[in-house]
Design a protein around this ligand. Structure first.
Ligand SMILES: Cc1cc2nc3c(=O)[nH]c(=O)nc-3n(C[C@H](O)[C@H](O)[C@H](O)COP(=O)(O)O)c2cc1C
Length: 181
């Protein structure tokens, strides 16, 4: 006979449960950038970054399949990964807000051979990537990117911005992690 506890374990997790589960896994925060065919910049806040392989250097990100940023990067085949420092929380919020003017409200540039827009003040490291492959899973698409170049701009802050338990935090200089609000 099935106990109520055993039955509860078989109930498939819904979106809310899944978000709750993943919120227990803190990460850094990046902005994925890409240019479309007309040279217009696109970008979105992302925490689903994962290093995959050292040789060749490869990472993956999972992006909403309907995202215009995904459309741009699959169109041109390149993208940038802007690693946000702890002072760039406003940029993380801007690039997750759906604001169509996000690139008018933050400093960016396109250095030679950039894979996508580089955020001038917000990023303390940037990787330029070539799209190796994509795979759609549910409502998101996994993008595997070969890292072709890395840059470590001198910025005001070099400690990474963190996100977990549905809030931002700063990398601690010592002791515990400090919430940014
Ligand atoms: C901290 C944080 C991390 C996020 N990580 C992801 C992610 O990994 N993949 C994703 O598709 N959306 C992620 N989002 C949500 C997108 O940033 C948000 O949907 C954004 O509006 C997408 O831009 P777009 O509408 O131009 O595609 C994240 C949001 C936040 C605040």
């Amino acid at each position: 006979m099935t106990t109520p506890e055993a039955a509860a374990h078989r109930v498939p997790a819904g979106e809310r449960d899944f978000r709750s589960l993943m919120s227990r896994f803190p990460t850094g925060v990046v902005v994925i950038g890409a240019l479309d065919g007309a040279g217009r910049p696109w970008g979105m806040t992302c925490s689903s970054l994962c290093g995959v392989s050292l040789d060749p250097p490869t990472l993956l990100v999972c992006l909403r399949s309907a995202s215009p940023t995904l459309r741009a990067l699959t169109g041109t085949g390149t993208f940038s990964v802007n690693f946000l420092h702890h002072g760039a929380r406003y940029v993380a919020e801007l690039f997750s807000s759906g604001d169509p003017d996000r690139f008018l409200r933050t400093e960016w540039h396109l250095p030679e051979l950039a894979g996508g827009p580089h955020l001038r003040d917000a990023a303390h490291a940037v990787g330029d990537c070539r799209v190796e492959s994509t795979q759609q899973v549910g409502d998101h698409t996994i993008v595997l990117g070969r890292v072709l170049r890395t840059r470590f701009p001198a910025t005001a802050g070099d400690a990474p911005l963190l996100y977990g338990l549905r809030r931002y935090a700063a990398w601690p200089s010592e002791g515990s992690v400090v919430p940014t609000d």
